[in-house]
Design a protein around this ligand. Structure first.
Ligand SMILES: NC(=O)c1ccc[n+]([C@@H]2O[C@H](COP(=O)([O-])OP(=O)(O)OC[C@H]3O[C@@H](n4cnc5c(N)ncnc54)[C@H](OP(=O)(O)O)[C@@H]3O)[C@@H](O)[C@H]2O)c1
Length: 333
């Protein structure tokens, strides 16, 4: 396949390149695009340097697959051009996720949507949606869900390379007692702090990130009855998102049944419930493909509830890996 990556120098772009090599994705030619800032620089693919070219309207033709990882504005402008030139677009941004004709895909959950939807653009869901649904779907399959309450603990790399730089430099300033300089990426200090707001606050009081989890989950599960009340929080962690999930079912689901369902699900590593000390942390899931589940327990405050904790590398499964898995589904076809 002839493959292009738009936003190759970013956190997600670099991870896509890494994963394409790791998974031996069959590529006949790979082209990398970026802004003026990275044009001319090289990135190694299979030990050979590939020069990043500046993205232009005329750049995106003669490719089978174009991965977009340069933000929603770039996707909105250039993805339709690539699609019109007969390239399949796999888009990591939020630009097209909720569009009617666009498939929103987590391959372990709804790979069938790839051929069901007609658009040449396929959207990768939001990172918190992917990691949450990887843990929710096996339980969704064994019991009717009444409502879900989720609280995320999202790492700074969710805001790209610049998010990591801001946490590291702010931490150094804080520890050296240097005067505070203005934050660029986050609204408030992120070092030694948590920020309970990701994205803009919408009319209903929830943030955009929180509504993405609700809206995207409905589309992926093809189920408009699902109700998710989320609180999304930025935490001073470099990599991997964690989500605390509480699920209320119509009928009781035993812990053993829940554990079995999670254990069987591809892409989930289920830390044993009989060992309460084996809970996963963001560091445990960093640079791993699988999402790790732990702290599975019966919710004593309600009749039919379960609580659990899931962590996943949001640059990998929450973005780059999921995108490459979609490409693999296309390659199989
Ligand atoms: N980070 C995550 O965990 C994560 C997870 C899920 C989804 N996403 C989504 O994935 C996308 C990329 O995120 P990221 O975290 O990788 O961001 P990032 O680290 O900030 O990287 C952004 C990339 O976009 C490129 N870019 C910026 N302006 C451009 C332009 N005018 N033309 C061409 N390329 C341009 C940058 O290239 P230059 O170096 O040339 O500026 C860089 O390669 C975003 O839509 C984000 O919401 C991210």
């Amino acid at each position: 396949m002839r493959v292009a990556i738009v936003g190759a120098s970013g956190a997600v772009g670099l991870e896509i390149i890494k994963i394409l090599q790791e998974r031996k994705f069959k590529i006949s030619a790979l082209s990398l695009f970026g802004s003026k800032r990275s044009a001319g620089k090289s990135i190694f693919y299979k030990r050979k340097p590939i020069t990043i070219k500046q993205l232009k309207s005329s750049s995106l033709k003669d490719f089978d697959i174009v991965f977009f990882s340069a933000g929603a504005n770039i996707s909105k402008k250039y993805a339709p051009i690539a699609a019109a030139n007969n390239c399949v677009v796999i888009d990591n941004s939020s630009a097209f996720r909720m569009e009617k004709k666009v498939a929103l895909v987590i391959p372990e959950i709804n790979s069938t949507h790839i051929s069901k939807y007609k658009s040449k653009i396929i959207a990768n869901p939001n990172c918190t949606t992917i990691i949450s649904l990887m843990a929710i779907k096996p339980l969704y399959d064994i019991g009717s869900i009444r409502r879900i309450v989720a609280t995320s603990f999202q790492s700074v790399s969710g805001a790209g390379n610049a998010g990591m730089t801001e946490l590291i430099s702010e931490t150094k300033r804080f520890l050296s007692g240097t005067k505070k300089s203005k934050n660029k990426v986050f609204d408030r200090n992120i070092a030694f702090n948590v920020i309970p707001k990701i994205g803009l606050i919408t009319k209903n009081g929830y943030s955009e990130e929180e509504m993405k989890l609700h809206n995207e989950s409905r589309k992926i599960l093809s189920d408009n009855r699902i109700l998710i009340s989320a609180t999304t929080v930025r935490v001073p962690v470099l990599r991997s998102h964690s989500i605390s999930i509480n699920i209320e079912f119509e009928k009781k689901i035993s812990l053993a049944k829940a554990q079995r369902a999670l254990s069987k699900f591809p892409g989930i590593q289920n830390i044993k419930i009989d060992n309460p000390m084996s809970y996963p942390t963001p560091i445990d899931s960093s640079n791993k493909d699988d999402c790790l589940v732990g702290r599975l327990r019966t919710d004593y405050s309600t009749k039919n509830g379960l609580s659990l904790w899931v962590v996943g590398d949001q640059i990998r499964k929450g973005a780059a890996l999921n995108a490459v898995q979609i490409a693999e589904c296309l390659q199989e076809k």
